[in-house]
Design a protein around this ligand. Sequence first.
Ligand code: NI
Length: 138
Amino acid sequence: MSNIVRFGVSIDENLIDKFDKLIAEENYTNRSEAIRDLIRESLVKKEWLSSTEIAGAITLVYDHYKRGLLEELTQTQHDYHDTIISTQHIHLNSNNCLEVIIVRGSSQEVVKLADRLKSLKGVKHSALTMTTTGTDLY
Ligand code: NI
């Protein structure tokens, strides 16, 4: 376990008032954890721009009746078998499917995969959530 460092921050009163209101809405009980989260978020965003390994999830909603789509989805996922850790498929209703694809790899590779899936005809919505593997965060 690493040492804890305490430091003072000079900040405009209006700004810290707004910050306190914001973090109260987000259920933080004190400023310290909110500030630690902001620092972690900055570090995670930096990871996305580097070639560091990241983790993430790609969410797709698509019409499984769309001709050729299932084959394209399967082939794309096979092409990225090194990046994809797990896939969960949910039948939302009679024609729409929800697929959540958990990924790990370089951010460039993950974005390429997400873009390829998003551009397939019949995919109605897709979202990529990138996070960290947590290795360099405390
Ligand atoms: Ni389905």
